[in-house]
Design a protein around this ligand. Sequence first.
Ligand SMILES: [Zn+2]
Length: 225
Amino acid sequence: MPPSPPNNSSAPAGQGNFSGGCLSEIDDEPSTASTPAGVDLPRIERAVREILAAVGEDPDREGLLETPARVARMYAELFSGLHSDPSIHLKKFFTEKYDEMVLVRDISFNSMCEHHMLPFIGKAHIGYIPNGKVVGLSKLARVVEEISRRPQVQERMTEQIANLLIQELDVKGVAVVIEASHSCMSIRGIRKPGSVCVTSAMKGIFRSNLSSRSEVMTLIYGDRR
Ligand SMILES: [Zn+2]
């Protein structure tokens, strides 16, 4: 008495689930209709088609026909930071006498690891001690956004954010801490999902003064432990 083969009613359920989740994503049109300057969409499309063929797929099968164009638009979005200058967000500052710490915690971001072209996703925390110049808090989030939207490594991204605040705001000290999980560690290679990479850049007072440094670390992590 062999078990009867799965009937038709079970297969569509599974397939429906699978393609349903995917289909909800594929109608996504780019938020900006125009091609970002400096991005060659047709060239990306050709390359994606080539990758599909190279891994043994048929780029002409129905489900894949639109994929190269979709991936090209996605890359244009994910790498849009290559064509923008994050320092412009720090040019508009307020002159304030305030010289205590300003901290913006939990700025979420997603970036692309430049070694594998796979996403790494996490949060950035930025603390600084102004030297007469204070920026709107959302500007720090914009800086993180633009610096993350390019092929990146987390260590460099951390340094770039810290250096930008020194360069544009002449801060007395800046502390940048980034925590992220890397797809290239969770889905391939060593396959350790859940591991978090933490990087920090401490400049000025936060580098030279231990109590300032522990103060910013307490403010970032204090109530989470
Ligand atoms: Zn990687």
